[in-house]
Design a protein around this ligand. Sequence first.
Ligand code: KIV
Length: 276
Amino acid sequence: MKKKITVPDIMACKGGSKVPTMITCYDYTNAQLVDESNIDMILVGDSLGMTMLGYKGTVGVTVDDIIYHTKHVVKGAPNTFVIGDMPFGSYNVSIEDAVKNANRIFTEGGCDCIKLEGGSDVAPVIKAIVKAGMPVCAHIGLTPQTSAMMGGFKVQGKSLEAAQELLDSARAVAEAGAFMVVLEGIPAMLADEITKRIPIPTMGIGAGAGCDMQVLVAQDMLGMNDWVPKFVKKYADLRTTIIDAYNTYCEESSARTFPAEAYQYNAKIEGIENLK
Ligand code: KIV
């Protein structure tokens, strides 16, 4: 059985040979599958807005939504490190409110750490949550919650000035006490430099191979979505597999070839013909 990874283990991967892996997950059944795999970490991301709730983006996901999904994932994956995502609006009102919401996700969700988006601007929030006793994973670069401010889901840090700002942000979140940082949607060259220059591990998504670790949205890498971003490799084609299975079931049910005898209960009831 897999041994659950810890915050010190994850931090120790910086510069080491072990490369922990992370995937998103939002429900009990899939959490059990991840738990049986070699994947070390689950992110119950606010991407559940799109994957589970059918929203166009992550804005609209609530603290209650994150807690609901996190607690079921935690139940299904006792040997996997689980990260609960702080949704939009849950940490931008006041530091007190942010700590209160982080506490709820951590205690009611039962996860192992909290994640939130933002760089230098959220450093004081990270500091307060860490001080309250919760490990924090930061998230910089393309931050989906504030994609409206970025003009959409666009690669960040492409100019020297923007690259410097992201490096400064990575340093600020590390200084504030984050134990790892997600780098999303930035040039591989910049992710390499940030990874080399900060003391905490980087977790890349659309940020190239130079990051200390990688994360993908499960539905994307399993091939459940029609469209995926450029950085996603499809490791399976579950969309085709699942639709084919539904259609075969549909055909066999219509043709009454399902259920065959093997799939029914064959107990003999004496005198069945006497039923009134
Ligand atoms: O919510 C999420 O799934 C994320 C990943 C894309 C890192 O934040």
